[in-house]
Design a protein around this ligand. Sequence first.
Ligand code: CP3
Length: 343
Amino acid sequence: MAEPHPFLAACRREKTPYTPVWLMRQAGRHMEEYRKLRAEYSFLDLCKRSDLAAEITVAPVQKLGVDAAILFADILLVLEPMGLGLEYSKDDGPVIRAQIRSRTDVEELNDFEPQTELSFVFETVRKARAALDGKVPLIGFAGAPFTLASYIVEGGGSRNYLKTKKLIYSDPGAWKALMERLATVIAKYLNAQIAAGAEAVQIFDSWAGCLSPADYQRYVLPYTRAAIAAITPGTPVIHFSTGTAGMLKLVREAGGDAIGVDWRVHLDEAWAAVGHDVGIQGNLDPAVLLAKPKEIRSRVEEILNRAGGRPGHIFNLGHGVFPETPVDNVTAMVKAVHELSAR
Ligand code: CP3
């Protein structure tokens, strides 16, 4: 039998010859290949052109030497078929046209079949799998219910999430309806990615850290748990969030075979908090990749030391790679992880 790939083995907390590594947002603006295509096409057009999206998915594997590819797509793509109106503006990031303020607004959202309305994503999965040819596994992904809800309610990114929190506190029934709807959409969308060939999936709860642990427990955890519980069994799930060092036990309760953490917590402390019966992913500060290779190497070593060679560590950044990151620094990081963790 062929050796399982180190990334998938680590997701199952099996021993690996070295610690596998990939980078969140590796298929994006720090890559020259991406910037070239982006000069010609809008971001949404690139997502919808499955041939180009597959090319962008595969490029970092060849160039950076990472142990997994992540599908080129976006967490917000599901908002378009829900009838919310999605645009990516040059200066303000994503803009969502609809305003969700009540239960009626939630009830008016479109029910849709990802298989048909987002078929371009699954086409990308199939083409990327073919191009990867078994070299490294392909990770699919979706936003977590809270992070998606925050974009929907705020109409875009936010600093303090005041509209979202106001809805939670003033109309918990509407919030529940929205979160239930999103949990269903996310599970269906991920299962369709898995059916098309995604070998692991990551759920991004990028903004959960704006909440108190009590609010997370009450207004977020049940819905993330429902989404994760509905994912096709046998496919590893990585549950990522940022700013959640004070509530990692709750994050873990929501589910996931591995928990992704940011750099605001020591990796060993985070792992102890979630329990050693799940894997851990992280957690280099992405800003470290702006330093010199020697400094990067020593920061990599610190994190590997905290992981202590325990099976189940997937090396990653604590959040997405910055667009201004020199590619040579990324390859230095990947090389350092492989060399320093070789066993
Ligand atoms: O990891 C990868 O490289 C694969 C593709 C991927 C994108 N977005 C492509 C993208 C992934 C995994 C995402 C996830 C995503 N999208 C998250 C969660 C991760 C995180 O960073 O917290 C979030 C919150 C989004 C929503 C989103 N999409 C924002 C806020 C923005 C604008 C700001 C930004 O980072 O550019 C996007 C646009 C986006 N998504 C781009 C890319 C390559 C840039 C588009 C461009 O070229 O202008």
